[in-house]
Design a protein around this ligand. Structure first.
Ligand code: HEM
Ligand SMILES: [Cu+2]
Length: 558
């Protein structure tokens, strides 16, 4: 049994991905980059509007655009990219997808697309301008929420497909460690499943009956809390996906070795265990939550800083070691030996650098007193364009330059690589300008989620104008970046020269110590995670329900 199995795995590695597995990832990535294209264009409209340069027509409301921008980029782009990427990784490292797993990927795909159509029609009709957070008591058409529920179920089916694939491999490879990229995938899909349970309860149990009018009122605090138990986890799912490429892919691209396998696995386990428990840092201003519970959530949020610092350390250790091996000299002179002209390195490298100010901003927001200053201002929008729009998305861009050719059986040409380098620089400058002016104008009091207004020519509001103009300048550069990136993906998917592209996975260092087998005890990690989740949420949710204020009927505020 064991011999044909490994033979099949070897064949899979040597001959590249099977056509059926490739089709899954290719389709998921295609949808992800279409979401980037449409979402980016909507972002430009918002940016121009906020700068006072563009008045939206009466049939296209600012909040309608904002809802679509958020949903396309926060849900569609990220979910489709993550699943497409990790399914390719599972296929590559575990010897090809099982037929049942392939089927689940397609059923999940169908449900997500149908769900998206259900959600988008009410948005287009102006019946769902509730933004991607859809906080009650704002209420959209029930079909919007039914669409969201279908998307979540579609994601679950993909998560269970991944679990089946990994469990099958473990059964056939008793005592072996799951290959590192599939270990990352396991962590990500566990978080996706457990993290989306709360939002599924919010949408299916609470909001859908309420928006249909079957129940009259809703408990707003419970709904918000369930949303952020999910929303905060989602953020860290993106992060863990990006981090997987930093640990495993980037070292290979620069010709180096991976950092300690054991410590990498510990970072993954720590992120899975501690993630869901941080949700209240999005609700620091919310009433009815005791200071001690908020403090605990903030503590847990900051605890995630620890594995992040380990990551930063690990990355620079790998860079320096590799550069010195290639003849790099001096305390910092070794940086000259890095492959700066290779977009597969440059994009994720800048993404990592962006995480330094992005993480620092996150610590600011998690601090009670500072949160009062920046809450619901444009600062927050600056923050997540830096974290998601730069750290995460630029890593995804970097991945696309080998993953798209890999699944399309084509190659990255020097011309597209050059285009990618230019794209990376444009995106970097655009994001720095846009996010920088968002942070600044937020500190000056400009609110987020507010279309252009001068508040009757109030002096403070007029003082925001120069920054909002810079925001639009950054946004214009970004849309050029979007167009170049989508062009590169389409080219690599359908037009680049045929050929084999490698799935780059770095080896462990020679003489690395053996990773202990306890790292594979996912059952135990899940139990510990659930204990943490219980600690964080049982008491406040019980209080919200037992001492509930009067519930709220639905409101259409737009
Ligand atoms: C062409 C590039 C982009 C431009 C010009 C742009 C611009 C903007 C602007 C002006 C806002 C609204 C500010 C407000 O009124 O609150 C916004 C919101 C947002 N953007 Fe972007 N953005 C771009 C790309 C992205 C990307 C790549 C992502 C994530 C992957 C992203 C995620 C978001 C999110 C989550 C919101 C918040 C929506 C809400 O508050 O409901 N954006 N963007
Ligand atoms: Cu968070």
């Amino acid at each position: 049994m064991a011999i044909p199995k490994t033979l099949k795995e070897k064949a899979n590695k040597a001959m590249g991905i099977s056509a059926e597995d490739a089709r899954i990832t290719k389709t998921y990535l295609f949808v992800a980059f279409m979401a980037l294209l449409i979402g980016g264009l909507l972002g430009l409209l918002q940016g121009l509007n906020r700068a006072g340069l563009l008045e939206l027509p009466s049939w296209l409301n600012y909040y309608q655009v904002l809802t679509a921008h958020g949903l396309l980029l926060v849900v569609v782009l990220t979910a489709f990219f993550t699943i497409g990427y990790f399914y390719a990784a599972l296929s590559h490292t575990l010897g090809g997808l099982l037929p049942i797993v392939r089927k689940m990927a397609w059923i999940g795909f169908g449900l997500k697309i149908v769900g998206f159509v259900f959600a988008v029609i009410p948005i287009l009709m102006g019946n769902a301008s509730v933004m991607y957070t859809f906080y009650p008591p704002m209420a959209a058409s029930p079909w919007f929420y039914i669409g969201l529920a279908l998307i979540v179920v579609g994601v679950w089916i993909c998560a269970f497909g991944a679990f089946i694939q990994v469990a099958n491999w473990r059964k056939n490879n008793k005592g072996k460690h799951v290959p590192i990229l599939s270990f990352f995938a396991t962590g990500v899909f566990i978080l996706l499943f457990f993290g989306s349970l709360p939002v599924a309860i919010e949408v299916i149990v609470m909001i859908i009956p309420w928006s249909f009018g079957w129940v009259k009122t809703i408990n707003v605090m419970v709904a918000r809390t369930l949303f952020w138990a999910f929303g905060h986890t989602l953020v860290n799912i993106w992060y863990l996906t990006a981090v997987s490429a930093w640990y495993v892919i980037v070292p290979k691209i620069i010709g180096g070795k991976r950092w300690s396998d054991l410590l990498t696995r510990i970072v993954i386990i720590a992120l899975v265990i501690m993630n869901i428990t941080g949700g209240f840092h999005h609700q620091i201003i919310d009433p009815g939550i005791s200071a001690s519970v908020k403090f605990m959530h903030v503590f847990m949020s900051l605890a995630i800083g620890f594995p992040s610092l380990m990551t930063a350390w690990a990355m620079f250790a790998v860079f320096e070691r590799t550069a010195r091996k290639n003849g790099g000299k001096g305390i910092v002179g070794w940086y000259k030996k890095m492959p700066w002209g290779d977009v597969r390195f440059l994009a994720p490298f800048i993404a990592m650098l962006a995480f330094i100010p992005a993480g620092a901003g996150g610590i600011v927001q998690s601090t009670n007193q500072l949160n009062q200053v920046v809450h619901n201002t444009m600062w927050i929008v600056g923050h997540f364009h830096l974290t998601l729009g730069m750290s995460v998305v630029m890593t995804f861009f970097g991945i696309s330059y080998w993953l798209v050719p890999y699944v399309s059986k084509r190659v990255l040409t020097p011309a597209i690589n050059k285009l990618g380098v230019i794209q990376t620089l444009i995106w970097t400058v655009g994001m720095i300008i846009m996010s920088g002016s968002m942070h600044t104008v937020g500190l000056l009091g400009s609110p987020r989620r507010t279309s252009y207004t001068t508040y009757g020519d109030n002096a403070t509001a007029l003082g925001w104008d120069p920054y909002l103009l810079m925001l639009a300048v950054g946004g214009t550069l970004l849309i050029i970046g979007v167009l170049l990136q989508v062009y590169a993906v389409i080219n690599m998917m359908f037009f680049a020269p045929k050929g084999e592209t490698e799935f780059p996975i770095a080896e462990e260092e020679e003489g690395a110590s053996k990773t202990p087998y306890w790292t594979e005890r996912w059952g135990l990690w899940i139990v510990i995670m659930l204990i943490f989740v219980g600690m964080a949420y049982v008491i406040p949710l019980t209080e919200f329900i037992v001492n509930a204020p009067p519930g709220s009927p639905p409101f259409k505020t737009w």
